[in-house]
Design a protein around this ligand. Structure first.
Ligand SMILES: *Cc1c(COP(=O)(O)O)cnc(C)c1O
Length: 426
């Protein structure tokens, strides 16, 4: 079971919405920090641990700065993500650059920042050498193929486009050494939103086995292994969150059985979680503006899937609560929908909820677990403007960390001068 909390009361939301009209995202800084500390404490059973928050999940430098304060680095996959990490003050090897189909200029940018480059393919050794050069510290992404079963979102590893095969990994490290690399790391990412802790422990065991094999066959001693992201969160109230101590206990046992006898202790343990770091501590706050009765009853929000597309994209469940009606009976069955001209623009389908008041002063509708892969996945289809982001500080104050988009933002990439000429037939 997981408690579906929201940090503000209905009167607090009434007041906040005068300053910042709905819809908006709000993130709870205190809860994010507390979670980060709990994760670090659980991983302190290892001689060295580093979490690189995957920037794509919540690409806001205010959030990255909070995580940097807690000792976390960043995992980036593109040039703008590298810039965001840099903007937040995350430097050098605290940045992991896990990209794929990478253009040369992005490798160069990662090298200039001193980020750890994580190669996605064997052919990138030669590509990197020719473009940015082989750095002293280099990582390879391992795809175990049929050696590991997949999970629901990411699919089977042998059908995934990422990473090197086992044979390629074993050949890559000696080649990189010949080309001047001196420090080595191994990475994998085989799951997404996986709540089964044993699955993550098995992933660690798999990397430890390969680290031992690399040492035995090539004499190369890895500096760290990166278990990737993919830790799940309990989107549904009846699910339970990952038990951090159970996870690190299981990983430590595998470390003692494989890494210590292989003479690889101390080996750094890295992760690049995102969903489990911020997901439960962000909410999309909307207002119910319409109710429509046809074959079903629809509650229309002042938001849409442009702000949060997981329900439309994957049929993902996001819990919904109505501030001020937390204990009200769930007497109604609603489809809770947005304003996009797409019938899958539904935040909830046939959901049991309390009676919802509509209108300018209608009920707030809070969509939970939107703190990762939420606003970041938004888009502008149908001319929809994405909402802004607020940060609830530990002292109870609220800081706007991104304003909402304007129509001018939407048109910024159009050449208006050329348009006037075009209309005049010039
Ligand atoms: C998306 C991604 C992550 C973070 O995934 P979560 O499921 O949010 O933990 C980490 N590493 C890589 C390479 C990713 O693509």
């Amino acid at each position: 079971m997981s408690e579906k909390r929201f940090p503000l009361t209905k009167p607090q939301l009434d007041e906040l919405s005068l300053r910042y009209p709905t819809p908006f995202y709000i993130y709870d800084e205190g809860a994010i920090r507390e979670n980060a500390r709990a994760l670090k404490k659980a991983f302190s059973v290892f001689p060295s641990y580093k979490e690189h928050y995957a920037v794509k999940a919540l690409p806001n430098p205010f959030i990255l700065k909070i995580l940097a304060d807690e000792g976390f680095g960043a995992d980036c996959a593109s040039l703008p993500e590298l810039r965001l990490a840099d903007m937040a003050g995350i430097k050098g090897e605290n940045i992991m650059f896990t990209s794929n189909e990478t253009p040369a200029r992005e490798y160069a940018a990662a090298r200039d920042l001193g980020a750890v480059i994580n190669l996605d393919d064997f052919t990138h050794i030669e590509y990197l050498e020719r473009t940015a050069g082989i750095p002293e510290l280099i990582s390879c992404r391992y795809n175990p193929g049929p050696l590991k079963t997949g999970n629901a979102i990411i699919g089977k590893p042998e059908e995934a486009k990422y990473g090197l095969t086992r044979e390629q990994v074993l050949a890559a490290f000696p080649l990189l050494r010949d080309k001047g690399a001196k420090r080595f790391a191994l990475h994998t990412m085989v799951a997404s939103n996986e709540l089964n802790v044993d699955y993550h422990i098995e992933t660690g065991r798999m990397l430890f086995d390969l680290a031992a094999e690399i040492k035995a066959k090539t004499g190369i001693r890895l500096e760290f292994v990166n278990l990737g992201g993919g830790a799940g969160i309990p989107y549904r109230p009846e699910q339970a969150a990952i038990d951090y101590d159970y996870l690190t206990g299981g990983l430590r046992k595998a470390y003692d059985e494989i890494i210590v006898p292989a003479g690889l202790d101390p080996l750094g343990i890295h992760t690049e979680w995102a969903r489990a770091i911020t997901g439960p501590y962000g909410w999309l706050v909307t207002r119910a503006i319409h109710r429509k009765n046809i074959y079903r009853t629809y509650i229309g929000l002042d938001s849409c899937m442009a702000d949060l597309m997981r329900p439309a994209l994957y049929g993902a469940y996001h819990h919904i609560t109505i501030p001020g009606k937390e204990t009200a009976l769930l007497t109604e069955t609603y489809d809770v929908v947005g304003s996009l001209c797409e019938n899958n623009d539904k935040f909830a389908v046939q959901r049991q909820l309390p009676l919802i008041e509509i209108g300018e002063q209608g009920d707030f509708v809070v969509i939970h677990d939107a703190g990762a892969h939420g606003r970041a996945m938004g888009f502008n289809y149908n001319g929809k403007l994405r909402c802004g982001e607020l940060l609830l500080r530990p002292d109870g104050s609220v800081l706007q960390i991104r304003r909402r988009e304007t129509v001018e933002d939407l048109f910024a990439t159009l050449d208006r001068v050329a348009l006037e000429d075009f209309k005049n037939g010039e």
